[in-house]
Design a binder for this molecule. Structure first.
Ligand code: HEM
Ligand SMILES: *[C@@H]1O[C@H](CO)[C@@H](O)[C@H](O)[C@H]1NC(C)=O
Ligand SMILES: *[C@@H]1O[C@H](CO)[C@@H](O)[C@H](O)[C@H]1NC(C)=O
Ligand SMILES: *[C@@H]1O[C@H](CO)[C@@H](O)[C@H](O)[C@H]1NC(C)=O
Length: 317
């Protein structure tokens, strides 16, 4: 009897462990099936950054916009076709999100080494980590095993990615809806320590807001007219636009945040003390950012037999 009991307990525990293991990502997911994937991604990102410093930032943003729309499932990579509407034309993405060619290049190299094994969603997670690390930021271990979506959602992309005109309360609410608290929202906003934004995203701020450094505003107005074309770029971090450091936060202290949604983090509100902390303490910013990236990367992954391993990141198999 006792041994039968043990058998059933053991079976139950096995099923439980298996069920959870199945839903979990793991850093060693490809250890036997594609042991070189991390090296391939890193080398390809190094080449891409040597070609264009901005690309590290662009790939980090791609990952953020993937994860916030039904989880980190590669949905943002799917192209529109006559019969399929993806996320690329959603308001936060249209004429703005970039870096798809780099993901294609990496995918081709990964397929050549390990056919039909590594998901586009995992490639994006690894590439985002390398984009940060190669430009001076922290690194972290990326849990792997995400699978790729066969679908995408334009309406979710429009509704769930925050706008640069958001209030602090809205930012906190929208991150909270993804399981990320206010502190994680503020540290992930530090992603704006590199990369660029178009005039249309900060025009209202530099012409009409009062919590802005006047010299900074005047400089920005020099290349961002009050009306007309809004595509001219400005660095999100006025000090070191191609370096992943904590200058994003020191900018906020002097009211030199570029976007409205940046400066609300330091505007006599709940995040002020955290902005001061990150501006004074690079090590804390780096470790908090890394931890929050892992957490963002864990949003609703497809695992087990859900989804697929796409052959081409732009089209479902
Ligand atoms: C807090 C809410 C956020 C808002 C409202 C926001 C909004 C924006 C906007 C409007 C741009 C400029 C896009 C353009 O003009 O084409 C931008 C760029 C960027 N965002 Fe965010 N963002 C947010 C959070 C994040 C997070 C969490 C990350 C990553 C951890 C991130 C990473 C980036 C990067 C790296 C760029 C520059 C991309 C490039 O140069 O190609 N953002 N963001
Ligand atoms: C890669 O895998 C796919 C799907 O299993 C298969 O159709 C294709 O022939 C394979 N290509 C190579 C080069 O092995
Ligand atoms: C600034 O505010 C005024 C008054 O509300 C408005 O007419 C104008 O369009 C705004 N300018 C920009 C660039 O947003
Ligand atoms: C915060 O409030 C103080 C006191 O009311 C004011 O002097 C200061 O300009 C405000 N700062 C910001 C960033 O709004």
């Amino acid at each position: 009897m006792a041994s039968h009991g043990n058998f059933w307990v053991a079976s139950f525990v096995f099923v439980l462990v298996f069920a959870f293991a199945n839903a979990q990502l793991s850093p060693t997911f490809y250890a036997s099936t594609c042991p070189n994937v991390q090296t391939i991604v890193r080398n390809a990102m190094r080449t891409a950054i040597n070609n264009e410093l901005r690309i590290g930032a662009s790939i980090l943003r791609l990952f953020f916009h993937d994860c916030f729309v039904n989880g980190c499932d590669g949905s943002i990579l799917l192209d529109d076709t006559a019969t399929f509407t993806g996320e690329k034309t959603a308001n936060p993405n249209r004429n703005s999100i970039r870096g798809f060619e780099v993901i294609d290049t990496i995918k081709t190299q990964v397929e050549a080494a390990c056919n039909a094994t590594v998901s586009c969603a995992d490639i994006l997670a690894l590439a985002a980590k390398d984009g940060v690390g190669l430009l001076g930021g922290p690194t972290w271990t990326v849990p792997l095993g995400r699978r790729d979506a066969r679908t995408a959602s334009l309406s979710s992309a429009n509704a769930q990615i925050p706008s640069p005109f958001s209030s602090l309360a809205t930012l906190i609410t929208m991150f909270s809806a993804k399981g990320l608290n206010a502190r994680e929202m503020t540290v992930l906003s530090g992603g704006h320590t590199f990369g660029f934004a178009q005039c249309s995203t900060f025009r209202a701020r530099i012409y009409n807001e009062t919590n802005i450094n006047p010299t900074f505003a005047a400089n920005r107005r020099g290349t961002c007219p009050a009306s007309g074309s809004g595509t001219n770029l400005a660095p999100l971090d006025v000090q070191t636009p191609n370096r992943f450091d904590n200058n994003y936060y020191t900018n906020l202290l002097t009211q030199r945040g570029l976007l409205h949604s940046d400066q609300v983090l330091f505007n006599n509100g709940s995040q002020d003390s955290l902005v001061r902390l990150y501006s004074n303490n690079l090590a804390t910013f780096r470790s908090d950012f890394a931890a929050a990236m892992v957490k963002m990367g864990n949003i609703s992954p497809l695992t087990g037999s859900n989804g697929e391993i796409r052959r081409n990141c732009r089209v479902p198999n």
